[in-house]
Ligand binder design. Structure first.
Ligand SMILES: [Fe+2]
Length: 396
């Protein structure tokens, strides 16, 4: 069958000129049983459009795993590993994930109590709330009036030992209805964004790079990020910025010698920009919360950028400086007009290019608002490719 792609409906807040390539609804094929030709077209569409939506889908955990794995046939384990080791139990992600027993690569996430679900007798799910992670909180009065925050902008990735998944699949099984909420950025800009209840918000990493001024493009194309060992344990006691885009500098990160045992060879050092394997575009793909150091290459010979940052290269280990640089480069791309907040309907299946977008949980549910989603991503068989020599020449 021919694959049919139509643009996703954009909210009034979005700037359509920045979403011409981003997001497509897919019709005409069944994501649960794809021919080789269907899949080749779907793969192409994912890398070109970064987020794909199927409506009214019936999908078993086995089918979801198979679909996710098709993007990286050599991948096998869940993006954060299949086994709940001591270190993953200490991780701040642990309470948010319940594994489907038959298919440990698929996680049940959501809110409220779900019973008799795919082999789980009962699962108490909790939608992550900014009140457990941000340094400052929306007041109870404002929360009751529907004010909320972005929880944590991120890439789905362990960022230690396991390589960042290529794709994440999210399948909405039970989706509560409720009034829309308003994300308040609370960073002095006055920015606000009206969002559907329980939206997943996406921004394009390609746009994040494209809108930077030349000086910051030069820095980005020359930089790599080194993540902390066991980053989700490391940041366990730390608090996030009110935009959910990184950590406040309070010195609350766990000292490296107090982390679960770790090896230098498993620490992740990844380019700031990841090269799209189909379009060749560069996507700014940094998980700001886990970033510990920046490694900046010197300007290449012949580059003449006036006032370029770190022209001779640098190894920046000062956390405050690392975070300030990343925030300066990433904050413009989460402006309200650049965010796609997905309005979940039951049986929506969203596939997103995890190496091309950042995303975040948003909003707050009441305990009786039950939501059940299946999520799958797989630790990749390869590392993301960085900029080519040509890219460096062009942007440095
Ligand atoms: Fe995620």
């Amino acid at each position: 069958m021919a694959i049919e792609l139509t643009p996703l409906p954009l909210p009034a807040s979005a700037d359509p000129s920045k979403f011409s390539d981003f997001g497509r609804e897919v019709k005409g094929i069944n994501p649960g049983s794809l021919s080789e030709d269907d899949f080749a077209q779907l793969r192409d569409a994912l890398y070109k459009h970064d987020a794909l939506l199927f409506r009214d889908v019936t999908l078993t955990p086995e089918q979801q795993y198979a679909l996710t794995k098709a993007f990286d046939p050599e991948s096998e384990s869940y993006g954060h590993g299949n086994n709940k080791t001591q270190s993953t139990k200490k991780s701040i992600l642990h309470p948010d994930l319940k594994t489907i027993p038959r298919v440990p690569q698929v996680q049940l996430i959501g809110n409220g109590t779900v019973t008799n679900h795919e082999g789980l007798a009962s699962a108490a799910l909790k939608h992550p709330s900014h009140t457990f992670f941000h340094k400052t909180h929306v007041s109870e009065e404002d929360s009751a009036a529907g004010i909320t925050r972005f929880y944590r902008w991120h890439i789905d990735a362990a960022l230690y030992e396991l390589r960042p998944p290529r794709v994440t699949t999210l399948y909405g099984i039970t989706v509560p209805n409720g009034a829309s909420q308003t994300v308040r950025y609370d960073d002095g800009t006055g920015d606000e964004l009206s969002v559907p209840l329980g939206t997943t918000a996406f921004v394009s990493g390609h746009t994040m790079f494209e809108i930077l001024p030349p000086g910051l493009k030069s820095l980005a194309v020359r930089s790599k990020v080194r993540y902390a060992p066991h980053p989700y344990v490391w940041m366990g006691a730390a608090h996030a910025m009110p935009t959910g885009l990184g950590i406040e500098n309070e010195g609350l990160e766990l000292p490296l010698d107090e982390l679960p045992s770790w090896e230098a060879s498993k620490v992740m050092t990844l380019p700031v920009l990841w090269k799209n394997p189909v379009t060749g575009n560069l996507h700014f793909q940094v998980h700001p919360c886990g970033a510990a150091e920046l490694l900046v290459d010197p300007l290449p010979t012949g580059a003449t950028h006036e006032g370029a940052l770190y022209p001779d290269g640098a190894h920046i280990k000062d956390l405050k400086e690392v975070r300030e640089l990343l925030y300066k480069m990433q904050r413009p791309a989460i402006a309200p007009e650049l965010v796609y907040p997905h309005d979940w309907k039951e049986r929506d299946l969203v596939l997103f290019h995890n190496r091309g977008v950042l995303h975040t949980v948003v909003g707050a549910f009441k305990p009786d608002q039950v939501r059940a989603f299946h999520q799958c991503n797989l630790a990749a068989s390869d590392s993301p490719a960085g900029p080519t020599d040509e890219d460096v020449k062009k942007y440095a």
